[in-house]
Design a protein around this ligand. Structure first.
Ligand code: SF4
Length: 118
């Protein structure tokens, strides 16, 4: 795993946000983090969430390996009562969940060590 300072990520994200929309900028950041061997939630929650040992550090689902989309902890939740459901990691009753989009999981993310197959 390559060591990078969180400020580098924030600078990268700020630049990406300037050039594209928020959703697309986040996608770029997630792809960047995954390519470095990080699980994206590590940076969102500011604590280490390690990739599953069999996970492939690639955003390309064709490369195989366990992904968040196949995990029992992934749940579509309506947190603001709007009826819009977003995918969240409901591990340990929601300790990784916030109402914001930053903790919305992408099903294509490589799994973390807490992965349990459906
Ligand atoms: S516990 Fe499951 S859904 Fe949550 S981050 Fe890990 S692999 Fe993804």
């Amino acid at each position: 795993m390559t060591e990078i300072h969180p400020d580098q990520i924030e600078l990268f994200l700020a630049e990406a946000r300037r050039k594209m929309g928020r959703f697309a900028a986040r996608t770029v950041r997630y792809r960047f983090l995954i390519s470095l061997g990080y699980h994206p939630l590590t940076w969102i929650r500011r604590r280490s969430i390690r990739p599953h040992p069999e996970a492939v550090a690639s955003p390309d689902v064709r490369t195989g390996g366990p992904r968040c989309g196949g995990c029992v902890h992934l749940a579509p939740l309506d947190l603001d009562g709007s009826g819009a459901r977003r995918l969240k990691c409901w591990l340990n009753g929601g300790e990784r969940v916030t109402r914001g989009d930053a903790t919305t999981i992408r099903a294509w993310w490589p799994a973390c060590t807490s992965y349990e197959a459906r």
